[in-house]
Design a protein around this ligand. Sequence first.
Ligand code: SF4
Length: 244
Amino acid sequence: MPTALPRKSPRQLARARRLLAALKRRYPDAHCELDWREPHELLVATILSAQSTDVGVNRATPGLFKAFPRPSDYAAAGAAAIEPHVRTLNFWRNKARSVHESMQALCDRFEGQVPRTMEELLTLRGVARKTANVVLGNAFGLQEGVVVDTHVGRLARRMGLSRHEDPAKVERDLMALFPRKDWCLLSHLLIFHGRRACRARGGRCAEDPICLAFCAEARLSSRGPAAPRRRRAPARPRPSRRTG
Ligand code: SF4
């Protein structure tokens, strides 16, 4: 990712600050909703969460974490032994392989520890920027970027924070708009709002104060159905002017 972020106007930055403050007031307990205790457990849970809900992952991981307490246990076991624990999740076969290979890489290249840089994390199977940002931000408190999942992308577009569909471009817009110290928290706040107010289909537009203040959709829906247009009365014929 290039280092230069898109330039934002003072007005855009001030609006972003106000939105962040409102989200912090509204969701003071916003946090990562995946269950984990050790950094490698967060890495495993985040790999498993692609195209699956956090609730579904949290149902699968207690048994998985008990069966494989350390990265070396996954590495020694192989993907086939991991599969039965993740079978309830989408793409379970592929995810079991990613978990196995990433844990093996931890043992082979990182002394059994989760690496703390974006560059190193991206070398692991099943790890893209989103997963790496989750791990760096939540396990180590390192603000390297903003997690852009479906909720964050949708809200960023609806709230006018980004016009892009590509998560990498949305992330760069958010990084440019919000203070670095808040990048990890920002994604939790947007995900909380996305799960509680702004669903993909049918958000609580026009009911929610944050929506009303920051989203054009809310202002549109608060106007209610458009009033029927009055038909114009037919123009009266003008008296003809006599000339000559
Ligand atoms: S106004 Fe509607 S579309 Fe906009 S953020 Fe709120 S719920 Fe989502």
